[in-house]
Write a protein that binds this ligand. Sequence first.
Ligand code: BTN
Length: 325
Amino acid sequence: MESEIRIKLLNAFTTHQDEYLSGQAIADLLGCSRTAVWKHIENLRKEGFEFEAVRRKGYRIVATPKKVIADEIRYGLKTNILGSHIHYEETVDSTQKVAHQLATDGASEGTIVVAEEQISGRGRMDRKWISPKYTGVWMSIILRPQLPPHRAPQLTLIAAVAVVQAIEEVTGLTAEIKWPNDVLINGKKITGILTEMQADADRIVSIIMGIGINVNQKLDDYPKEIQSIATSLSIEKKEEISRAQIIQSLLFKLEKLYQLYLQHGFQPIRILWESYAISIGKRIKARTLSGTITGKAIGITDEGILLLEDEAGVQHQIYSADIEL
Ligand code: BTN
């Protein structure tokens, strides 16, 4: 379907969710015949939209497809840069891999890669990220900040703040951050963030910000051993959540924070990040590649590095670790 007609039609239905739109009203809106309206609706049905048709009343939308089609993300997207190009795929190895390739081929800042399913989703520290079909937000965002490479970890922290704010806006649920990049609800992981970088010696060429949000998984969808540590928005909220809305809100929040960061540096982000963080001020265990350090998390530096004070009062700078509370 030509995309302009499609957008008009879907806009009309989604802004009149509970009302019937007559065939004639739609025909007037689209400037086409009633037969053409019927054809457009049939096309949408093939994509998974469901309509109820009632004689003398017209059509009403009753369900949108499970898929997060790119157009659904586009409507109502209030950003200027993020999501300006949407690269949508049904199945990929990893959206990170696709985004790296697009970035290498010159994709512009704000290009996003969204997939319904990842076969080899990647987590931090070489772990897997399970990404079943139609259940989550599996997305990678290409950024091109003009910054030196050592500032890249700050962008992970920006992403975590944006995720917390988006979850709050769309679902009303309160989420918290566990350094550096886990977002938890009621102590269980809801989101993982993996920030990767293409860089020269002294400047970032591109940042590939990978965000995985568990949205509509049911508890049974998780293996037993994961059920106590992972959750989804729908498990917590006890209703289905629109993945398109989560993406829209996330891109909007992220763009605002990214602009704030580019204009005013990391300080304002750090304040927000610390206000959402659960580990700060608490005794934690940090498992690093070179050993485990136990102590009190006292904050993060302006580079986004975790400061830990051990029993002897010695301060450690933690660049990468798994944190146990
Ligand atoms: C972690 O917590 O270990 C980070 C998980 C990051 C997962 C996301 S899903 C979208 C993007 N593509 C990937 O393969 N990984 C990231």
